[in-house]
Ligand binder design. Structure first.
Ligand code: SF4
Ligand code: SF4
Length: 429
């Protein structure tokens, strides 16, 4: 059912390279809507001066609102259409950076005593106003996790980053273990949880050594490092919980119902910044990799940086042929038709590959896709139901349980893009 993670042949691994900083783009672009928020109100107009942390828009989702913060100080110079990570053309506010790095408010620091007195409701309010979301790509609003009524006994930190070629979370742990541990400390206090596990892949001894060394400075904190499998999709929270605790979360049940709360490692660092400094998500770590880019590396950047600009910063495209651009990891990411895209808060990576001809062949009924599906679905039958426009059939095939992990496409003997059919199927139902 599962694939061992691997580096694609000819691609330099970014995991051992220190994170480069690219924090001074000429322009940043802030999305007024996104996949979770179909509408948004804009509070600025062309010519307005803005500062870092200023709320320039508010996006509206089905059950929540999200403030949009400027990530540079400067001037609003326009409203432009660019590609979002979802692959859709979206409206963005364009801000010209004045390079003064001025904040909208004085940057304050909460003392550890003040933080210890914060309630779960305070955590929900702070993370809501800081617009913290799942930075591993889920984009789920963090404040909703702090609104749970379920008692939480165990917190799991997802540092597995199981898709091949991604390493920004790996570098985050190596370079900032203190922030990871402090974020967990705050989450433990908020939920009054009994323990926390930081889940990492078994093979990453460097992460294990870094984290265990850091934890020796906090002997009173009930935090352990938990080594899980090296396979894909070990980072899927249901699979990770099973490996770490031996607990099987039933389909459709939230881990919180079992007393478990999961945060991605970048989100927990975001939580540290929000609680300690009231800081919204202004920057993030990003992987740019693949055999079609000259200098694959991890980059710390401002939210709203143009992908095109980042490609130039990384030495431009490698090779003359056509490129495949994937926003996200190679298994779950969405293909981009142009590089005119923006790196938003929940983008983790872009993979740029040199195009190789892949010829799809007819299905040979081998059932590899069925055996490989971690959600226990029948991708070949889903494909057929999509072709037949059979909505009822898709519901019976439980398409809602599909996590778009890409395993069926990856293992298909006939190189059929089954995951694309799953995406279509989800839209159909
Ligand atoms: S994309 Fe969906 S159907 Fe395909 S393997 Fe993953 S969960 Fe199963
Ligand atoms: S893996 Fe591909 S060829 Fe095999 S049954 Fe599934 S769709 Fe058909």
């Amino acid at each position: 059912m599962i694939a061992k993670t691997r580096q694609i042949k000819g691609v330099i691994s970014t995991v051992s390279l220190p994170t480069m900083r690219y924090l001074d783009p000429e322009y940043i672009y802030l999305a007024t809507t996104n996949a979770r928020c179909a509408t948004g109100d804009v509070f600025v107009k062309v010519g307005d001066k803005v500062k870092i942390g200023q709320v320039v828009a508010r996006r509206h989702g089905a059950f929540f609102d999200q403030p949009v913060h400027s990530t540079v100080s400067g001037e609003v110079v326009g409203f432009v259409k660019k590609f979002h990570r979802s692959g859709k053309l979206t409206e963005f506010i364009q801000v010209k950076n004045d390079h003064k790095d001025e904040w909208i408010h004085e940057r304050t620091e909460r003392s550890e005593e003040e933080i210890a007195k914060l309630t779960l409701e305070d955590f929900a309010n702070i993370t809501k106003e800081c617009s913290l979301v799942g930075l591993g790509g889920s984009s789920f609003p963090t404040y909703i996790k702090f609104q749970t009524k379920d008692p939480i006994h165990t917190i799991l930190i997802n540092g597995v980053e199981c898709e091949p070629m991604l390493s920004s979370d790996h570098r985050m742990i190596l370079e900032h273990p203190r922030r990871v541990v402090m974020g967990i400390k705050y989450a433990l206090g908020a939920f009054k949880a009994k323990r926390a596990l930081i889940c990492i892949k078994q093979k990453y001894q460097d992460l294990y050594d870094t984290l265990t060394a850091e934890l020796t400075r906090f002997p009173d904190l009930p935090i352990e490092v938990c080594r899980v499998g090296n396979y894909y999709p070990q980072g899927w929270e249901i699979e990770m919980i099973k490996s770490a605790l031996g607990v099987k979360v039933p389909a459709g049940v939230l881990p919180a119902k079992l007393g478990l709360m999961v945060f991605n490692v970048s989100t927990i660092v975001g939580l540290y910044r929000a609680i300690k400094n009231n800081e919204p998500v202004i920057k993030r770590n990003y992987t740019l990799s693949g055999d079609g880019i000259n200098i694959p590396q991890n980059i710390r950047l401002r939210i709203g940086t143009s992908l095109k600009e980042l490609i130039d910063v990384c030495g431009g495209y490698k090779g003359d042929g056509d490129k495949v651009l994937i926003m996200g990891g190679p298994m779950m990411g969405a293909n981009l038709v142009r590089d005119d895209a923006v790196i938003t808060k929940t983008c983790t990576s872009t993979i740029i590959l040199n195009q190789r001809p892949i010829v799809e062949e007819p299905c040979v009924r081998c059932a590899s896709c069925v055996y490989s599906c971690p959600a226990g679905l029948q991708p070949v039958a889903i494909m057929q139901a999509v072709k037949n426009k059979d909505k009822d059939g898709l519901n019976k095939l439980n398409i809602k349980a599909c996590i778009l992990c890409g395993m069926c496409s990856y293992t298909c003997t006939s190189k059929i893009h089954l995951t694309d059919y799953c995406r279509k199927a989800k839209r159909m139902v």
